[in-house]
Write a protein that binds this ligand. Sequence first.
Ligand code: GAP
Length: 437
Amino acid sequence: MKKLDTKRENLMGKIVSLCKRRGFIFPGSEIYGGLANSWDYGPLGVELKNNIKQLWWKRFVQNRDDVVGIDSALIMNPKVWEASGHLKNFSDALIECKNCHHRFRADSLTMDSGCYVCTDCDGREFAGAKDFNLMLKTFLGPSEDAANVVYFRPETAQGMFVDFKNVLDTSRKAIPFGVAQIGKAFRNEITPGNFIFRTREFEQMEIEYFIRKENWEEEFENWRKEMHNWMEKDLGLDRKHIHELEVPDDERAHYSKRTIDFEYDFPFGVNELYGLAYRTDFDLKNHYKEPPYKDPQTGEEFWPHVIEPTWGVDRSVLAVLTEAYNEEESRVVLKLNQKLTPYKVAVFPLLANKPELVKTAKGVYDSLKTRFMTAWDDRGNIGKRYYSQDEIGTPWCVTIDFESLEDEKVTVRDRDTMRQERVAIEGLAEYFKSKIK
Ligand code: GAP
């Protein structure tokens, strides 16, 4: 992993601290000392995360004629994982430091003069690498015997393969078409870390796009462009911070004939944000005995092939926070895309102890809150309120002052330019609607 400069490394600490301080993300089970790098999304974090998921669903499911959604069970019949090859092949190489006995993913250690260095004790001797299966097990039902072992899904993808026939029979889609899903996935990662970057419980947004074999290269290119559009237009990531890595033959997942990783300049280094894989007919062939697809025109039966674009939700959150975090002379500001911000607008009465200001401001707040996520703040002075809203990325602040009582206009202050303008109360909702792009 390519390291970035120390300024960006400090950035991680600042993001983690802002997330905790402002209620984006907290350490999971904190009052009991936490649990192995698990994280909880707080009131602002859940809004940000939901906005990402909704934007994705709109772009890739609702706005397209060729993609439908599902929400499949998280715990599936164990035979699914046998057929998909995950029970046999879904593993990472694990090595153990001979000095402190800590275990690491072989690819997570740094090299010094040609040898691995233990990040915990600086030891340089390791026990040989062995494969460690990442499937997370539990038992279904009252007895904990082998017959009741089940697995939390390590990817949402298998739901789309197992439901393929049902979707086909009920949606009247014809190839090429995709099935999409957003949901939790679990992996018993050897070394989780870097905040929400690598956790054992995380969320994915995935599409299995079913095609004719001969079109795979063209469809792969289409999805590559789509993924760039998403990263740059919806998430607002700078193209310069995104890198494509052609994953070599010996590092690809067991099901893939070609994979590109989309990497991002995270504060701790360049690392995988999303993936795009050509899964061939590997999965459908393992789940179905007969070709599950019949061409509606020709009646020809065949095995569809699959292009799989996959997005991590939590890594999306970390990337947008990284991209948006700005320190300016007198403030910290999250320059998030307006569609992603937890709040769109914040409303303040100039003074909290003037009932006539509070009454008018409440009226403005009530009229906006049913149309946009709107915050109310009457604490401290205006400067502190601006500071507080900038830090969570709220694009516009509305202040009701004494003049408002006369001219029925308010001051709207823009997060990025800090410019202020007077806008009529009557036209406020339309004003914001036209600004949210
Ligand atoms: N169905 C294909 C698949 O699961 P993957 O590259 O293993 O492919 C897809 O995972 C995406 O899920 C990754 O690009 C990343 O965004 C996210 N992801 C994977 N493991 C993760 C983890 N332990 N913590 C957080 N996100 C993870």
